[in-house]
Design a protein around this ligand. Structure first.
Ligand code: G6P
Length: 355
């Protein structure tokens, strides 16, 4: 218990450690004057063809973020669940760059995928938290996320640090220089702190902890965060939860919504994606389903939501890192209401070393 620093659970401690973890992730890597990102431990990576990410669980959601970050910068990229990756169906050659995203650096599925990539001479990269882990040892290049030890089985701070590290990696791979992005990244720890200080996630959990199911929707960078919000919820509350691309709601999931299935919608900015997600929210609301909007107040989503979880305004990638913290807190307080074994959920392990 001494290691919990006064928190009831490691998970809550680790959620609260995110500002510190991110400052550590950025330390010495961001140059505000030039807008450059420096990842000195990485060699000269020159992606030729499609950059392929492999990962499992929460790390796969980070890999989806990484994929979009590269695609937006003109570098073709794809993400595979490591268990679904194999050389028979994914053309990998000595020119390829394969990035394994793995907190522990020991996940069997991810290690198998990286070893297969090594076997054909691809350049492999590990994005990991653990110095000296199998992933760190067996890949050509390593990018450490520097989140510090994570004890709770449900990954929290390591996801934020993976998102941050992959944002920096995408910047380096594309040769991008952006003072704006560097400043936005620098602002994330304080933004997370303000969410931690003011979040009403606990009240939301008190209201909805008896629900039949929870749904999470988002577009763009908020889509992997919707998947992650649902994964956190199911891991520690043992209640059915699913994340959807907001636009897919009408293609099936809408049949599931009722007054007992709150929908969490992540909506930031006031652009087209926000507008479209608000359209999806209206469809949900019309069916008497409670809607919780995670928003920066830039759109008029409040008008259609029963509750609001606020995040500071920022660009979509950094706001998705911050929005995720609200969802972590909702999952934590819901599991707390239900009296679950939060740090060690039934049937789950921190690191899965079998395929
Ligand atoms: C396990 C953990 C998850 C984690 C996944 C991948 O299933 O319970 O929280 O996301 O492994 O772990 P990794 O260490 O590869 O990121």
């Amino acid at each position: 218990d001494a290691g919990k620093s006064g928190y009831d659970h490691y998970m809550l401690k680790e959620i609260n450690e995110q500002p510190t973890a991110l400052r550590e992730c950025f330390r010495g890597r961001l140059d505000e004057l030039t807008g450059r990102v420096k990842l000195s431990e990485l060699g000269n990576l020159e992606p030729n063809g499609i950059v392929t990410f492999v990962a499992c669980g929460t790390s796969y959601h980070a890999a989806m973020v990484g994929t979009r970050l590269l695609q937006e910068r003109g570098i073709p990229a794809q993400a595979f669940l490591a268990s679904e990756f194999n050389l028979d169906t994914v053309p990998i050659n000595p020119e390829s760059v394969v990035v394994g995203v793995t907190q522990s650096g020991e996940t069997a599925d991810t290690m198998r995928a990286l070893r297969e990539a090594n076997s054909v001479g691809a350049t492999t990269v590990a994005v990991t938290n653990v110095v000296g882990s199998s992933a760190a040892r067996e890949t050509d290049e390593v990018l450490y996320i520097r989140a510090g030890p994570e004890i709770s089985v449900a990954a929290t701070k390591t996801f934020a640090s993976q998102q941050a590290a992959l944002t920096m990696l995408a910047t380096v791979l594309s040769g991008q220089r952006s003072r704006e992005l560097v400043q936005e990244l620098r602002a994330v720890p304080d933004q997370i702190q303000s969410v931690l200080d003011t979040s009403s996630a606990r009240e939301i959990a008190e209201t909805y902890h008896g629900s039949d199911a929870y749904f999470f929707i988002g577009r763009g960078y908020h889509y992997p965060v919707a998947l992650e919000g649902a994964l956190k919820m199911k891991e520690i509350t043992y209640t059915h939860a699913e994340g959807f691309a907001a636009g897919e709601l009408k293609h099936g999931p809408l049949a599931l919504v009722s007054a007992d299935t709150p929908v969490f919608a992540i909506v930031t900015g006031d652009g087209r994606l926000a507008e479209k997600t608000i359209g999806n929210i209206k469809e949900v609301e019309a069916r008497g389903t409670p809607v919780v909007a995670v928003t920066d107040g830039q759109s008029n989503v409040e008008r259609y939501a029963d509750h609001v979880l606020e995040v500071p305004a920022s660009s979509s990638v950094t706001s998705s890192i911050v929005a995720n913290v609200q969802l972590q807190l909702v999952a934590y307080w819901t599991a707390n209401q239900l009296g679950r074994s939060i740090d060690k959920p039934r049937n789950l392990a921190k690191s899965v070393t079998v395929e």
